[in-house]
Design a protein around this ligand. Sequence first.
Ligand code: PA5
Length: 449
Amino acid sequence: MSGLIRLDSTWALDHIDAEEIDGEMREAALQFQLLVDRKGAGSEYTGWLDLPVDTPESVVARLEQVAATLREQSDVVVVCGVGGSYLGARAGVEFLEGVPSHLKTDSLPDILFAGNSLSSWQFRKLLDKLEGRRFSVVVISKSGTTLETAVAFHILRTELVRRFGTGEARKRIVAITDSQHGTLHDLARDEDLATFDLPRDVGGRYSVLTPVGLLPFAVAGLDIGSLLRGAAEQRAASLDSPPATNDALQYAVARRLLNASGKKIELLTSFEPCLHYVGEWWKQLFGESEGKDGKGVFPASAEFTTDLHSLGQFVQEGTRSLFETVVDVTAPAEVTFLCDADSPDGLAYLNGRNLSAMNHDARIGTLLAHHDGGVPVLQLTVPDVSESSFGAMVYFFEVACAVGGYMLGINPFDQPGVEAYKRNMFALLGKAGTEAEAVDIHSRLARHN
Ligand code: PA5
């Protein structure tokens, strides 16, 4: 069984030490077994491995029912969360916009995202968009203490109460949070809000296949059953394939060997803009999972052909520190280019071509050029723009990331470094209990002035 996502590393092989491949694949298989046996670092956060097959039908049914209510009562649904409580949901909603299930759902509300920055400018624009429109809020926070999300939710809840009154406002909020603890958990219980549990054994960036992603997808009219089945197919492929045909493990090994050859940056690219937020989610997944103890490949993303006109020069001829991973997804649409033979713009040679055929040739041309320029290129093929492909892609990257993290000797499920800025920010904002840090910060700032 090969799964839905396929890797082609032939355009990177000349940068990889061939003698290392077998040993690294054996090591990847060992680390994968450790992961599956729940014996590696952070094993208490590996519940995501079974989400595609363990999510009860009753949860899927309730997600669909709550989503239908939200659609019914809203012109806009604001999804409020940050990091792992945001990017996966946005990646799926944007990747899958326009698929058949999405299109055939009646009365789709706009889905807007909040709680992912502290920009008052951005928030003002969001409030302007909500003016005069019926809205509801899905608030997502595992800890319930994340400042960006908590502040945005507070403002939105106040606005709901002002507009609709306390009782109606309650019906317009769904909270996705820890099943037992936390500020948001307590608030949801005290205010009798509709809730979905975020499993305790699943960390933020691995939570797309929980209600964190599934509820926004259902609100968008997407088929979440199909999405989970795609993830389950990829899961079966990962679990059942020997290393030689296990594309997720091969991807983990290819990244590792390219890193060993001096490539410090991985540029995730695609020729379909609908993958933009998949790139954002992927950056968090790999960046937050691997970037520890001075290790890890720096994850960056670009959107081609757009960024060939900005970053293309660097990729082709700049510092030779990056490799590229192209996500190739079949996403054709009937847009035929018609042009008279004597058209003054000189485009007659393209007459009758589909735009996607042009995009294909741009991709192949770029592959050849970047390879010629000394950039190793990995190619990942995603079958189509569909719920099942999205589910498979999420699972594929999660497995590759976790195995790659174990091969690096780090815990891919924690994020201790993220706390550093928060400590400083809370001290500057005057949060109780941070007085000593505040004194220290102010004296450091004074020395800089
Ligand atoms: O991957 C992670 O754990 C983080 O990105 C968190 O998801 C993010 O910080 C948001 O945390 P929370 O869901 O607790 O608000």
